[in-house]
Ligand binder design. Structure first.
Ligand SMILES: [Zn+2]
Ligand SMILES: [Zn+2]
Length: 937
C-alpha cells in the first residue's frame, strides 16, 4: 500500500482527487480523522505539527527551588504528541504500507512537520521506503509532476526548523518565567517574553517613546490662487516650508500682482507596474483592503489549500523560468477576468516585472485556479481578486503620465504649480487599488500675466512619526530579519492577545512599555534584533549543512546564560520597575472612603477585586466576578460622578463584559439586597451612600451607633435597621448556598441559566437547600427542571439537609458516611431502628451507635433508646446463632425488630415478629422452641 501524508486534511482531500483522476476516491473515518483511498493508495492529512517540543517532566513548577527559570536553559527536551488520534491513524496505516510519501508544505516548517511524520512512521515500520514530494501549488500539473519526481526528505532543512523550535522554547520559557516571577505575576497575568516577540514589541515601544518625546515645531507655508479661463489654479511658493516666521511674512508681503509665467516644463513620467507578490508585499496590499495581517494570511492559506493560488509563504519576487505564465493567462481567460486578460495580451510587457529577491523554493504568489465570488464568498473573493489583478499587473505595460510644471514670479517671489495627465493607463487599468488622479492644468504661455485671487500664509506644525500599522510593522520586521514570512503575522497577533499592544496602528500598553523599558535597561540583548538575525544566519548554515543543529543550540544556550547573568544581578530592580509602572494601569481613581487610590487586584486563586491602596487602614473594596468570566482591566472612560476609570472584563474569543464605573456598578448591584432590609427607604439608602455604606454587610457592621451617625435615625429605628440587615445577611448566605447547590447538581443546558432558576426559586419563597426538599414538583418543573432532574435534586437536597442536621446534633462526619451508606439518613431513621440493628448494618460499635442515637433522640425530644453494651450484644448474638436455622441474614432481620438475644426472642409474640421480620411464623415458633430447649439444658 502506498501511504501519502499531507500537511492538512483539506490538502489530502484535494491531492487524492487529483491523483485518482477518473478513479473513485473512498473516504474512510477513523477516530474522526479522514483518509482518502483509491486503488492501492491511502492519503491522509496532518494538522500541521502533531507533536510539540516540551521540557522533560519535572519543570512545570514555576516556583521550584531546584528548577529555577535559569535551569530551563539546560533542561532536556522531548517531543510530546498533541494530536493523538492522527498519530494513531498514521501509525496504523504505516504498518501496512510498503511505500510512504511525505507531501507536506514545501518550506522549513513543512519539512520539519514531514520529518515528525517520518519519525512516527519509522517507529512502527523501520524498513518502509519513505520519499518526499514538493510542490508550490495544489494544481493537477504541479501535483502530478511532484509525485512522479519524488526526492528525499531534506533532514538539514528540518534540523534548521528543529533548532529554532528548541531555541524558541528555551528563550521564551526561561525569560517569561524569570520576568513574571520578578514582577510577581502569575496565572492569566504572566509577562511573556520571546525571541522574536520582544524585539518586535521593542520597536513599537521605541516608536511610542519617539512620539512622546517629539516636540512639534512650527513652520509656515505660502501659496496663492490665480485664475485662467474661469479655472482656479493653486500655486505654491518654491520654499516648501519657512521655518522663520519673519521670512515667511516678508515673502507674503512681497507677493504682488502681476503673476508672471516664467517657465513651462512639459515632460513624461513612467509609472512602473508593480512587482510580483511575496508574503510581505501581499500582506501590505491586503491591508489596504482592510484585512489584518493574520486574517489575510489565513484566507490566503485557505485559497492555496483549495488550489486557487500558489503557496502564500514566499520571499520570492521573481517569476521562475519554469512558471508557465501563458498557461495561467489562458486559464484566466475562462473566468470573469477574461476581458482583463484579453487587454493584458494586447498590452503585454516584453518581460514581466521582477522584484529584488529571488529564491528557489516557491514562486511569487499567483493564481493557480479559477474561482467565482458566489463559490468562495466575499472576503476570500477580495483576496483572490487581489492576487489575480496583481498577477495581471506584473505582465502589463507601465503607465505613462504627461506632467506639466509651471513657474511663476510674483513681485520677485517664486511660485510653482504642477499637473499631470495619465496618457497611457497601462497596468493601472487592471489594478485599481491605488488611486491615480489626473490633475489637469490649462495651457499657459511664457510671459503671460495673471491676477492673484488669494494669498495664503498658513501656520503648521511638524508631526511626530506615525505609529506602526500591522502591515508597516511586518515590512520593518522583514527588513530587520525578525521572524519569518510564516511567523511575522502570528507574532503580532500574540502581542495583541497578551495585551502588550492595542489598536491598529499599534500602540503599546503600559505593561508593554514597562516590560521593554526594564529589559532595555538590564538585558537589552532580548530587545534587539541582532540575536535573532544571527539565529536566522545560523539556520541558513544548518540548511546548507555547514553547521549542525546541536552546535547552534549550544551557542544559543551560552548566549542565554550571559543574558541571565545580567538579569539575575538585577532581578529585584526589574520586578520593582515593572510593578511600579504597571500599577498605574490597574489604578482606577480616588477611594470614596479615604480619597487614596483604589486599584484592581488579581489574586493567584483566579479571584479579582477592587481594593483601596490604603489597606489595611481603609478596607473599602468592591467584588468582581472570577477571572474565568474575564480578566478585569481599566478603560479610558471616567465616571463623571465618581472620577473613577471604567472597568471591563476581557476574555479571549468573547465580547468584553463592560462593568462600567465600578462604584456605580457596586451601588446598583447592592441596591436590591439593601432593599430587602424591611425598614429600608430611599431616603435612608441615599444617606448611607453619602457615608459610603453600600452593602448590607456594611450596614450590619456599622452597628446601631454607626447607622445613627450616618442617617440621623433615632436609636430604636437604627437598631431595627441593623437587625434587619443581619437577617438579610443570613438570608443571603442561604441563597448563595442554594445557588451553589443548584449550579453543582443541575447540569448546564442551552437556554437555561442557573441564575434565572435561582431567581424564580427565590420569588417562590425558596431561599435555601432545605427549602428545596419540600418544594412542589410543579414549581421545580416550571423553573425548567425535568422530572428526573427534580427528583435527583430533591434527593440530594434531602441528603445534605439531613446530614447538616445530624452534624449539628454532633454526629461526626466519619460515622455519618457509614450511616448514610447503610441507609440511615434522616434523624427519624436513627430512632426508627433498634441500635443493635444499626450497629449490625453499619459496623459501628454498638456503644457508639447507642451514644449517637441518644443524641438524636434528645434533639428530637424523644425517649432515649434501650442501652445495650458490646458484651451484651455479643453474648446475645452467640445465643441466637446457636439456634438451628438462624444465620447472619436472619440476625439482621431480628435486630431490626429489636431481638438481640435469646430471651427477647423467647418473649416476642410470634405473630408480631413474623410481621416485623418477614420470617414465617412457623419458623419463629421453631426457633423459640429450640431456644427453650437449649436454655434449659
Ligand atoms: Zn480607601
Ligand atoms: Zn460612578
Amino acid at each position: 500500500m502506498h501511504l501519502i501524508i499531507t500537511e492538512k486534511n483539506i490538502s489530502a482531500e484535494r491531492i487524492a482527487k487529483i491523483l485518482a483522476g477518473k478513479e473513485k476516491v473512498t473516504v474512510g473515518k477513523d477516530g474522526g480523522i479522514s483518509s482518502y483511498s483509491f486503488n492501492d493508495n491511502v492519503i491522509t492529512g496532518l494538522r500541521g505539527h502533531v507533536v510539540e517540543v516540551d521540557f522533560e517532566p519535572g519543570y512545570s513548577n514555576w516556583r521550584s527551588e531546584e528548577h529555577t527559570p535559569r535551569s530551563l536553559i539546560d533542561a532536556g527536551t522531548i517531543k510530546v504528541p498533541t494530536e493523538k488520534k492522527i498519530i494513531y491513524l498514521i501509525q496504523k496505516l504505516a504498518k501496512k504500507a510498503d511505500r510512504v510519501t511525505i507531501a507536506t508544505d514545501f518550506d522549513t516548517e513543512g519539512e520539519l512537520i514531514g520529518k515528525e511524520a517520518y519519525e512516527l512512521i519509522r517507529a512502527v515500520n523501520p524498513k518502509v521506503k519513505v520519499d518526499r514530494s514538493r510542490f508550490s501549488a495544489i494544481t493537477p500539473e504541479e501535483i502530478h509532476h511532484a509525485f512522479s519526481n519524488t526526492t528525499e526528505i531534506d533532514f538539514a532543512l528540518a534540523a534548521a526548523g528543529e533548532a529554532r523550535q528548541v531555541i524558541d522554547l528555551m528563550w521564551g520559557a526561561s525569560l517569561t518565567r524569570f520576568i513574571s516571577l520578578a514582577a510577581r505575576r502569575g496565572g492569566a497575568n504572566i509577562l511573556s517574553v520571546g525571541r522574536v516577540q520582544s524585539p518586535t514589541l521593542a520597536m513599537i515601544v521605541d516608536r511610542e517613546k519617539e512620539i512622546e518625546a517629539f516636540i512639534a515645531e512650527k513652520y509656515w507655508q505660502l501659496s496663492l490662487c490665480t485664475e485662467k479661463s474661469g479655472e482656479i489654479i493653486e500655486a505654491r511658493h518654491t520654499t516648501p516650508r519657512f521655518t522663520d516666521k519673519a521670512a515667511a511674512e516678508t515673502a507674503h508681503a512681497r507677493t504682488k500682482e502681476p503673476l508672471i509665467v516664467t517657465e513651462i516644463k512639459e515632460s513624461q513620467k513612467t509609472d512602473r507596474a508593480p512587482t510580483p507578490f511575496d508574503t510581505t508585499g501581499f500582506i501590505v496590499a491586503a491591508a489596504r483592503l482592510g484585512f489584518s495581517a493574520a486574517n489575510s494570511m489565513r484566507i490566503a492559506e485557505d485559497l492555496y489549500m483549495n488550489g486557487l493560488i500558489s503557496y502564500p509563504r514566499t520571499d520570492n519576487t521573481v517569476y521562475p523560468k519554469t512558471l508557465d505564465l501563458n498557461g495561467v493567462l489562458k486559464a484566466l481567460q475562462h473566468s470573469v477576468f477574461s476581458t482583463d486578460v484579453d487587454w493584458v495580451l494586447a498590452h503585454r510587457r516584453p518581460v514581466p516585472t521582477a522584484g529584488k529577491k529571488s529564491t528557489t523554493d516557491h514562486p511569487p504568489i499567483h493564481p493557480t485556479g479559477i474561482a467565482t465570488r458566489d463559490a468562495i464568498g466575499d472576503d476570500r473573493w477580495k483576496v483572490y481578486e487581489l492576487v489575480v489583478r496583481r498577477f495581471l499587473a506584473t505582465l502589463s505595460l507601465d503607465a505613462q503620465w504627461k506632467t506639466l510644471k509651471v513657474n511663476f514670479d510674483a513681485g520677485g517671489e517664486p511660485y510653482t504649480a504642477t499637473g499631470g495627465v495619465l496618457i497611457e493607463p497601462g497596468w493601472r487599468r487592471i489594478y485599481p487599488y491605488s488611486e491615480a488622479k489626473d490633475h489637469v492644468l490649462p495651457r499657459f504661455t511664457e510671459g503671460e500675466k495673471l491676477p492673484i485671487k488669494e494669498k495664503r500664509l498658513e501656520e503648521k506644525e511638524t508631526q511626530p512619526p506615525p505609529r506602526y500599522t500591522q502591515a508597516k510593522l511586518i515590512q520593518r520586521m522583514e527588513e530587520l530579519g525578525l521572524g519569518t514570512k510564516s511567523t511575522r503575522h502570528e507574532v503580532i497577533g500574540k502581542l495583541v492577545s497578551r495585551k502588550y499592544v492595542e489598536g491598529n496602528p499599534l500602540r503599546p500598553s503600559l505593561v508593554g512599555m514597562a516590560v521593554i523599558g526594564s529589559l532595555e535597561d538590564h538585558a537589552d540583548t532580548i530587545t534587539k534584533p541582532d540575536m535573532t538575525q544571527m539565529l536566522e544566519d545560523h539556520m541558513n548554515l544548518i540548511k546548507e549543512r555547514q553547521r549542525n543543529r546541536d552546535d547552534v543550540v549550544r551557542e544559543s544556550r551560552e548566549m542565554l546564560h550571559r543574558v541571565f547573568d545580567q538579569l539575575e544581578a538585577h532581578g529585584q530592580e526589574i520586578g520593582d520597575e515593572i510593578m511600579d509602572q504597571t500599577a498605574e494601569e490597574m489604578t482606577l481613581g480616588p477611594c470614596p472612603v479615604c480619597g487614596k487610590d483604589i486599584r484592581i487586584r488579581h489574586l493567584r486563586s483566579q479571584a479579582q477585586f477592587i481594593g483601596c491602596t490604603n489597606y489595611p487602614e481603609c478596607t473599602f473594596n468592591i467584588g468582581l466576578p472570577m477571572v474565568m468570566w474575564g480578566f478585569a482591566i481599566r478603560t479610558d472612560e471616567i465616571c463623571p460622578k465618581h472620577g473613577l476609570h471604567h472597568v471591563t472584563l476581557v476574555k479571549k474569543g468573547a465580547r468584553p463584559w463592560e462593568i462600567g464605573c465600578p462604584l456605580c456598578h457596586h451601588i446598583t448591584s447592592n441596591k436590591e439586597t439593601l432593599d430587602l432590609v424591611p425598614t429600608m427607604t430611599d431616603e435612608i439608602r441615599e444617606k448611607l451612600h453619602k457615608k459610603h455604606i453600600y452593602t448590607v454587610y456594611e450596614v450590619a457592621k456599622s452597628g446601631q451607633d454607626g447607622v445613627m451617625a450616618a442617617t440621623g435615625l433615632p436609636p430604636e429605628s437604627a437598631e431595627k435597621l441593623v437587625n434587619g440587615a443581619e437577617e438579610v445577611l443570613v438570608l443571603l448566605r442561604k441563597r448563595s448556598e442554594c445557588r451553589k447547590f443548584v449550579r453543582k447538581h443541575l447540569p448546564p443546558r442551552r437556554g437555561r441559566s442557573h441564575s434565572a432558576i435561582v431567581k424564580k426559586l427565590h420569588a417562590a419563597g425558596i431561599d435555601d437547600v432545605e427549602g428545596l426538599v419540600g418544594a412542589e414538583r410543579q414549581l421545580l418543573r416550571s423553573v425548567g427542571m425535568g422530572e428526573v432532574e427534580a427528583e435527583n435534586l430533591q434527593a440530594e437536597a434531602k441528603r445534605i439537609t439531613n446530614e447538616r442536621v445530624l452534624r449539628d446534633i454532633g454526629i461526626p462526619a466519619v460515622s455519618l458516611k457509614k450511616y448514610h451508606h447503610a441507609g440511615i439518613i434522616t434523624p427519624l431513621d436513627f430512632i426508627g431502628h433498634h441500635p443493635a440493628a444499626i450497629s449490625e448494618m453499619t459496623g459501628i460499635n454498638p456503644e457508639t451507635v447507642y451514644r449517637h442515637v441518644e443524641m438524636v433522640a434528645k434533639a428530637l425530644n424523644k425517649p432515649a433508646p434501650e442501652k445495650i453494651s458490646k458484651i451484651q450484644l455479643e453474648k446475645g448474638k452467640a445465643e441466637l446463632l446457636a439456634i438451628r436455622g438462624i444465620g447472619e441474614a436472619a440476625i439482621g432481620k431480628l435486630y431490626r425488630a429489636g431481638i438481640f438475644n435469646g430471651d427477647r426472642l423467647d418473649q416476642a409474640s410470634p405473630d408480631d415478629l413474623a410481621k416485623k421480620t418477614g420470617i414465617p411464623k412457623e419458623k419463629i415458633l421453631e426457633y423459640q422452641k429450640e431456644y427453650r430447649a437449649v436454655a434449659k439444658a
